[in-house]
Write a protein that binds this ligand. Sequence first.
Ligand code: PMP
Length: 325
Amino acid sequence: MIKLDAMENPYDLPEQLRHDWLQHLAGVNLNRYPDADMLPLRRKIAKRDGVDPEQVLLGNGSDEIIQMLLLATNPGTCVVPRPTFVMYDMISRWLKRPVASAPLRADFSLDADHFLQVCAREKAEIAFLACPNNPTGNLWDEETISRIARGLNGQLVIDEAYGPFAERAHTHLISSNVMVLRTFSKLGWAGLRLGYLLGDADQIAHLNKVRMPYNINALTQASAEFLLDHFDVFEQQAAVIRSERERLHKALARIKALTVFPSQTNFLLVRVPDAAAVFTGLKQAGILIKSMHGADPMLAQCVRITVGTTEENDAVIAALKEMSL
Ligand code: PMP
């Protein structure tokens, strides 16, 4: 199958880099527990992102950090836009935390005033904004995000999982109640499971209390330290994915029956005449995508297609053109 359902980077490590990485891993001691504090790794990440190592919290994927945030903050309501990434809502429910949502407008833009009204009404303890948003793919405008950051009377988490594919980042908004969540998953290390949170040092120290002692295993730590020294490889791959996204967008927009929404991520949200038929048709052509139909009324007849390699994207374009839509 051509796997375009999970927003992964379609490119694996270049051969020489893979060889050097495996040699680096040969030096890892498996009989010892991993470094619990991970200062060398936090230093490397902090340097890249222009913060202090005390401002970095590491998680087993950003999913684990969402869980830590919901465990460590006071048990008030969690507010999210709708539709958005499902884990904010799911983990809140697991932890018996109330969740409230503010619907996006029909064009998937976010009404900052309405969002803040919902937060005030629900006495929000925490709010998540995926910037850019999954599954809609768009990035809300700067003024909207900074108004929510200024106006919220609780913790705001700006989730930049798709930041590497977007035109702007939000670290300048970090304050005592605003944090930025990032992950290496979409950049090519989904299998490593490494995400991180950037925030005020006091907030990070507080959150660190609920972090499991050895949450990042020794192989992931060693791999990340090695791969961060070769980060240009992944930045170049992200640049290729961004340009492929534009090409795929243009090609699919030419197919009359499709509505392709603007994207600042590594996937496209596409409205089709019949999401189930498109899902099945592409599966028969050996391509796996995600149907979003049923996830939310705003996503009726929508599918989400991860941007793949040039050949994979060509296969999607050809298969959709062949289908009688
Ligand atoms: N945030 C958003 C917005 C996502 O879409 C995802 C993955 N789909 C994640 C966080 C979780 O990523 P990971 O746990 O792999 O870091």
